[in-house]
Ligand binder design. Sequence first.
Ligand code: AMP
Ligand code: MG
Length: 483
Amino acid sequence: MSAAPAKPVVLGSWFARDLADMAVTWQAEPAPDPKLLILNEPLAADLGLDPDWLRGPDGVGLLTGTVVRDGAAPVAQAYSGHQFGGFVPRLGDGRALLLGELTDTEGRLRDLHLKGSGRTPFARGGDGLAAVGPMLREYLISEAMHALGIPTTRSLAVVATGRPVHRDTALPGAVLARVASSHLRVGSFQFAAATGDAALLRRLADHAIARHAPAAAQADNPYVALFEATVAVQADLIARWMLVGFIHGVMNTDNMTISGETIDYGPCAFMDGYHPGTVFSSIDSGGRYAYGNQPGIAMWNLARFAETLLPLFDEDTDRAIAVATQALDGFRAQYEAAWLTGMGAKLGLAGSSDAALVEDLLTQLAQSQVDFTSFFRQLARAVSGDREPSRGLFLDLAAFDAWLQRWLALNPDAALMDRTNPVYIPRNHLVEQALTAATGGDLGPVEQLLSAVTDPYVERPGLERYAEPAPDSFGPYQTFCGT
Ligand code: AMP
Ligand code: MG
């Protein structure tokens, strides 16, 4: 018996009504035999949703989009995007639906969105579906990112649909229910700008200001202030990715949010051995989205965002370009400051930002391909004299010893390091093992990995293998898009 929800689920349709030109009313495909695989109870509580109700038939109906509640108007959102540098005017939600907006217990508006819910008019050649493995992958990695304090879309649930999905083989299908402060992307603005409808572009920008930069409404030019706000949140976001070794893998403009949340966990992965050229995605043969390129790509994407806003910056194009260039230039300094402050904390040096010390360390980490996560925890032990765990990782011992001496002379704070540097991240080999088990019906390894990575800073006995780099036998790792 499924009880009625303690409180009715009220889904707004603000985007659908406000931006109907960018929204196609649509329905999810039926799920022949739905089974809830995983539910994020703390997130459900934040959203004011009753977890017991969500586990029942009506709740699972909501989480698969097959039961549309009163007043809800699910839509597929239209957007464009630069994919690997080439402009595609019509992308949009090919296998996703925005169910509507929820107000969370803190009064914030959050999108409830489904991925894998069937073909839409934007599906092009795709089947509109998603498999259990990749949807659990997004769940795991996005929740790990959240636990690391990195702005991200959240994962509310994964429901197996009972429908097979055909990739290289037949796989069990699934729908991911995700939550975001919005799904507005740089690509949304590219779509609006490409229509040539100036009123639509302004409506979209006003919508974005209301949702993400309300203070901008008071600025001399609210649209310049919106752009500056997005530059600021993206500079902070990319610095946070870099500080944990996260590689998004497909930083197309349709996968960059206006809110500054990480979105679309496709071919992403965490770097193990430090190297700026690290790439995991099978389709990124040129390394466009390599680890070390991410700040530059973010700036490139923001330049595409600025281009869409030029008519709102100033009616004189030259003046508009000058304003855009100045705001975009702010990215570099904001990114550098966030990165250096973050590296300072990783090295236990609050408030200081010795760029040369950091650069020298990174050169040595790259030379010896040192594991970017466990290194900083081992380094913290050197503060109390236990140098061997970190020394053992370097090929050029003399160079590392010299660096250690310089660093120790600054009196690093080991407790700050342990609060800043995670023990547990979703390591590639563990993610793969867990997803293989889940695809075969065993969710145990996903649940264990999730419990490690959602409490990433506290070292716990029994979880040693979650803290270790992949064994050599794991070999080079590759990830895939469009899964
Ligand atoms: P992504 O790489 O996930 O950001 O997706 C890029 C575009 O491809 C978006 O427009 C998606 O909606 C679409 N897409 C990806 N996979 C599928 C699929 N299986 N069926 C339909 N559309 C898809
Ligand atoms: Mg996408």
